[in-house]
Design a protein around this ligand. Sequence first.
Ligand code: ADP
Length: 221
Amino acid sequence: RMASHDLRNPLNNLMGYLELVALTFRKEGATPAQEEYLDHIRQSAYMMKTLIDDLLTLERIESQREGDWQSFDLCGLVSEVVDGARAAAALKDQSLELDCPMDTGPVFGSQTQLRQAISNLVDNAIKYTPEGGTVAVCLELHADRFDFRVSDSGYGISPQRQARIFERFYRVDKSRSKDTGGTGLGLSIVKHIAGYHKAKVEIESTVGKGTKIIVSFPKPA
Ligand code: ADP
């Protein structure tokens, strides 16, 4: 945790100067090779930033517990996250559907954490679904629980790998994942957040067809 904190400042400096170099290149011109080197440096710096941010998020969740819990409208939160992801889906020509029809009533939990978990699941569905695919987000109210579901028509995950995707740093297809710039921490963050909310996480997936991840929250008595 301390290493993550300590790395943040020098990395921010590095990224600031990187953007200054990019600006200088734009103003004064650069060779194609110089542009390419800068791109590589930028990608690596952003990758480090994502990794540090994810590690700090994980650490925050582990130390936070119930301090910031409050009552809030879960459907409103889901809609907000889905709206935030519309640009990413549009860039891949995907249809992003939201089905959140009923008034769920107030839910008690950490809004910050749940926003993060919902957003990790929706972002993954978009990342691991090819262009033109479909991502469907749904919130369903049952007598004893809420089911939050993200389904996609993407690459899918084999049964052996499904068992491991919630582990820290586990990534299924390194070459594909490299392009998507993930860290392998997203789903372990989801699992932690679900755990703190006493929610169960289930996965159904078929390679080449798609993935469905369901988070079931118990309804307060
Ligand atoms: P990241 O996306 O940063 O690699 P995650 O912990 O979020 O890390 O996911 C772990 C791995 O699980 C990913 O690398 C990816 O291979 C796989 N994965 C996650 N969500 C999906 C999905 N919706 N469809 C297919 N594969 C997925």
